[in-house]
Design a protein around this ligand. Structure first.
Ligand code: CA
Length: 223
């Protein structure tokens, strides 16, 4: 899962980034509104954390522009404490949720998780595909109840595939959601990664659709 943080306070941006990376998210950071708007317009994110007070382009205007352009990425806005007007304006501009500063990182993580879950139509933090269970709140994966050790990339790929079960996911799409922007994306790397997942979980779990990408085999207990 890939998250964009748009925040001009470098300390806050760094703390949020570290907390998200510890939960295995891929994170990009923009320090002003213009750069943030551009990244959100050109890259694909699973959620955005948006500070409202930003240099060059303020957060509300940025959000309104995305929504007018049909960009429906889930957005969590960061507002100042005790300013209900800001929260209302943010929600009316198209924010999905808000968090008042200062906030606990745990709460931020819970809200981001919940945004992503809702956007993909899952109500529970535990994603299932047959005997495979992925708990997004603890970043743990089990197979028939036994813990399976996955690398961060393997975990992200599996999470993305389970959240998009029933659909064919192309290699570039998968790659965008599991690697940082600056990493060179090689389609062979994705193939190797998918093979590792098959070996660790179930050889039949992820099916190759020639020339199109990958699809999870039909899951019992899916959405
Ligand atoms: Ca600010």
């Amino acid at each position: 899962m890939r998250i964009l943080i748009i925040e001009d306070n470098h300390d806050v941006a760094r703390q949020v980034r570290i907390a998200l990376e510890e939960e295995l998210y891929v994170v990009d950071v923009a320090n002003d509104g213009k750069q943030g708007w551009f990244l959100g317009d050109t890259e694909t994110y699973d959620a955005v954390i948006l500070d409202l007070g930003l240099p060059i382009l303020d957060g509300l205007t940025l959000l309104q522009r995305w929504r007018q352009d049909g960009n429906l990425v889930p957005v969590l806005i960061l507002t100042s404490r005790d300013t209900w007007r800001e929260k209302v304006a943010g929600l009316r501009a198209g924010a999905d949720d808000y968090l008042a500063k200062p906030f606990e990182l745990e709460e931020m993580l819970a809200r981001v998780e919940s945004l992503i879950r809702r956007a993909s139509g899952h109500a529970s933090p535990v994603l299932k595909c047959g005997p495979v269970e992925l708990d997004t709140s603890s970043a743990r994966v089990t197979m028939k109840g036994h813990h399976v050790n996955l690398t961060a990339q393997e975990y992200r790929a599996l999470q993305y595939l389970i959240q998009h079960q029933g659909k064919v996911v192309s290699k570039p799409e998968l790659s965008e959601h599991i690697y940082e922007q600056e990493v060179e994306r090689d389609s062979n790397v994705i193939e190797v990664l998918i093979n590792h997942l098959r070996n660790k979980l179930d050889p039949e779990l992820i099916q190759t659709r020639r020339g199109l990408g990958y699809q999870l085999k039909e899951c019992d207990g899916g959405p």
